[in-house]
Ligand binder design. Structure first.
Ligand code: PMP
Length: 431
């Protein structure tokens, strides 16, 4: 794509300096210099509506978080080997989101990958097993251990011999089948296969909104049978809340609550510090007891006073701005608006989601539900040129992944709907 000489030079410099493992988004990559609420502003002063970044879930540079970080960084930035009130307040506040459950402790990391890595270490110690069950296009992180159970990284990444994949609950493709029953059966078959190979199951881990599998919130409660099955086999159920957590679904604080199950370990990250690198886990005492006796946990930056202050400010903001209810209201408005576009645009096969998590499945043939990867990529890039930032996911790379900040307002949602309308029309006309 034509990006102009200045951008081309910056891209070349970046490639030379950072090497070949990094990727940029969009055919015409963005050079962002400032963020403000739902907006990102580029080096030419152009404004983009950022409805993709679910890290800055309260909006870019939320004043309350900025203030908390600034105050704390000017006072004390240090680690978990000293007593400090803020980490304890954070633990109490997070554990208060799961009352009446066995989740009893909070542990902190810097990234979601580390949280899942630590969850797996604890699951291995607790169960004496190594087997892992994940959905077929899941992403759980970048460490050596976690990339082995992150099939969305692609065919070049070796999944571990101890990993089994199960199909994600793709309601749009299920022709009315009972997805709860099917998922339970698939998890049971995976357990049996692990055992046949002499591998004891350690955990079933799911992102409860199945982000990289294509954003699959339904049917409600369908995870129950699978969770029972893994526990019966001696394994733990790990809920990866890196994507749906912190109220994004507009229903609860956590995505698993939609399904009426409680994980043995909950992992979280991304929106936890609205941009500060903080992630972590809620664990039952039982899940961590042996690990805590045999080992110890220290992570230099995780749980630092500044990140904890950011996370407490995030929890305050979600509560005080009523963002879970807002997420439900505006999310519904957005989804209904996009669903109405399906009457005009044949390529829109399915519109789904919950709260501020919307998936739009793009097909070349509605009757056959044939994935249209090319059109999806076209729409993503047309939207970018119109100033709306999203991306795509799912096995066929044909689901628009839309995750606005929870502070998105109705006017901004309408801008997104209008930009989608134009993009689908232009893409269909071959532009
Ligand atoms: N789990 C899920 C479901 C994720 O989407 C991600 C990040 N995309 C991770 C874990 C890993 O988090 P991080 O990038 O912070 O390591």
């Amino acid at each position: 794509a034509d990006v102009g000489p200045e951008t081309a030079a910056t891209i070349a410099r970046r490639d030379a300096l950072l090497g070949p493992a990094y990727r940029l988004m969009y055919e015409r990559p963005l050079h962002i210099v400032k963020g403000e609420g739902a907006w990102l502003i580029d080096s030419d002063g152009r404004r983009f509506l950022d409805i993709y970044n679910n890290v800055t879930s309260l909006g870019h540079c939320h004043p309350r978080v900025v203030e908390a970080i600034t105050r704390q960084v000017a006072t004390l930035a240090t680690n978990t080997r000293y007593l400090h009130e803020t980490i304890l307040e954070l633990a109490e506040r997070l554990l208060a989101t799961v009352p009446g459950t066995d989740l009893a402790h909070m542990m902190l990391t810097c990234t979601g990958s580390e949280a899942n890595d630590l969850a797996y270490r604890m699951a291995k110690v607790r169960t004496g097993g190594t087997g892992i069950i994940v959905t077929e296009t899941a992403y759980h992180g970048f460490t050596d251990a976690v990339s082995q159970f992150s099939p969305s990284l692609g065919v070049t990444v070796d999944l571990g011999a101890h990993v089994r994949l199960v199909p994600a609950p793709r309601a749009y493709h299920a022709d009315g089948a009972d997805l709860g029953e099917r998922f339970t059966r698939d998890v049971e078959a995976a357990i049996a296969d692990l055992k046949r190979h002499g591998i004891k199951p350690a955990m079933l881990i799911v992102d409860s909104i199945f982000t990289s599998d294509g954003i699959l919130p339904d049917p409600r409660c369908f995870l129950k049978g699978a969770v029972e099955a893994i526990r019966k086999a001696g394994g733990l159920f790990v809920g990866d809340e890196v994507q749906p957590g912190f109220g994004r679904t507009g229903e609860h604080m956590w995505g698993f609550q939609r399904h009426g199950v409680v994980p043995d370990i909950v992992t979280m990250g991304k929106p936890m510090g609205n941009g500060q690198p903080i992630a972590g886990l809620l664990v039952t005492h039982d899940a961590v007891a042996q690990f805590g006796r045999d080992s110890r946990y220290f992570n230099t930056f995780a749980g630092n006073t500044v990140s904890c202050a950011a996370a407490v400010a995030v929890l305050d903001t979600i509560e005080q701005e009523g963002l879970i209810a807002h997420s439900a209201r505006i999310g519904t408005h957005l989804r209904e608006g996009i669903a109405a576009l399906a009457e005009r645009h044949e390529a829109i096969g399915d519109v789904r989601g919950v709260g501020m998590f919307v998936g739009v499945e793009i097909v070349s043939d509605r009757a056959r539900r044939t994935p249209d990867r090319e059109l999806t990529s076209r729409v993503v890039n047309l939207l970018r040129d119109k100033g709306v930032l999203i991306s795509a996911c799912a096995m066929g790379h044909n689901v628009l992944k839309i995750r606005p900040p929870m502070v998105l307002d109705a006017g901004q949602a309408d801008m997104v709907i209008a930009a989608l309308d134009e993009s689908f029309a232009e893409a269909a006309a071959g532009n």
